[in-house]
Design a protein around this ligand. Structure first.
Ligand SMILES: NC(=O)c1ccc[n+]([C@@H]2O[C@H](COP(=O)([O-])OP(=O)(O)OC[C@H]3O[C@@H](n4cnc5c(N)ncnc54)[C@H](OP(=O)(O)O)[C@@H]3O)[C@@H](O)[C@H]2O)c1
Length: 243
């Protein structure tokens, strides 16, 4: 398949590498200009945002949440047949507070409104390390699963197949309206669960508590004395987001 990726951070570049290794045609762009890709070690073809949206089947957007409105004009030019995937998460500590989201608008609905386009929310509930270093062939016991939400079932199935190819089981987490169940602060968020565990975790999510637990996690992780390994972060998430 033909993929375009906007955003070459840890998530975008890991997806790019894995897709490329699986024989897909992958182009990758930076929303702020191709020059920003120069120093980066990337797999896939570095292109401009104008080029990245041409002749593709799937566009994966992996830039900070608050920066999404800046690519609205690019998304306006994306063909209707292209599946648009968003990997973002809202952290007010990083983006500043966004009033509509603070007032309860579901993150992916906000994204969808900003881009004037329905999206598939995927790859947001895995840590960058997990995406880069984990992933096993289908059928392996203990295989990590990711949650995929979206309103279009065919598009969602396409992205579930791709995630499976990249080494992860998948759980259909419902429509964009349900996607809060995989946001930061929920038991499904970056806790490295199997398909059965993730299905259960999505059901346990608490909408009111999630932002408070998300903020608590950031407070703990950004404390000056804190040094956390990947395993520590997963354990912290498991404990805190189930409290
Ligand atoms: N990191 C994780 O563990 C993780 C897990 C799940 C989901 N996510 C989400 O996935 C998305 C990508 O995260 P990431 O950690 O891979 O990388 P990131 O630090 O969010 O950066 C991703 C890309 O966006 C660019 N960028 C940064 N600020 C921008 C701005 N103001 N306008 C336009 N582009 C900008 C970066 O360019 P430069 O490199 O040149 O700054 C980079 O190419 C985010 O929305 C994040 O919330 C992250």
């Amino acid at each position: 398949m033909r993929f375009g990726i906007i955003g070459a951070g840890p998530i975008g570049s890991s997806i790019s590498r894995k897709l490329f290794m699986n024989g897909h045609d992958v182009k990758i762009a930076d929303a702020r200009g191709i020059e920003r890709l120069e120093e980066k070690k990337l797999t896939g073809t570095p292109v401009t945002v104008i080029e990245v949206i041409k002749n593709i089947d799937v566009l994966i957007i992996s830039i900070p949440f608050h920066a999404l409105p800046s690519i609205r004009n690019v998304i306006d030019e994306v063909g209707e047949e292209v599946v648009v995937v968003d990997t973002s998460n809202y952290y007010p500590q990083m983006s500043g507070k966004i009033e509509e989201v603070e007032n309860g608008m579901i993150e992916s609905i906000w994204v969808s409104n900003q881009l004037n386009r329905s999206i598939i929310k995927a790859f947001n509930n895995l840590l960058a390390y997990t995406l880069e270093h984990e992933g096993t062939p289908e059928g392996n016991s203990g295989r990590i699963a990711i949650a995929i939400a979206g309103n279009d079932l065919q598009q969602k199935q396409k992205i579930m197949n791709i995630a499976n190819e990249l080494g992860f089981d998948t759980v259909d987490s419902g429509s964009l309206n349900d996607s809060w169940r995989q946001q930061p602060g929920t038991p499904a968020y970056c806790t490295e669960l199997t398909k059965e565990e993730l299905t259960d975790a999505l059901k346990k999510a608490n909408k009111e508590k999630a932002p408070l637990l998300r903020d608590k996690a950031i407070e703990i992780l950004s404390a000056p004395e804190g040094r956390y390994s990947h395993e520590d972060i997963v354990n912290l998430n498991r404990e805190l987001y189930n409290s």
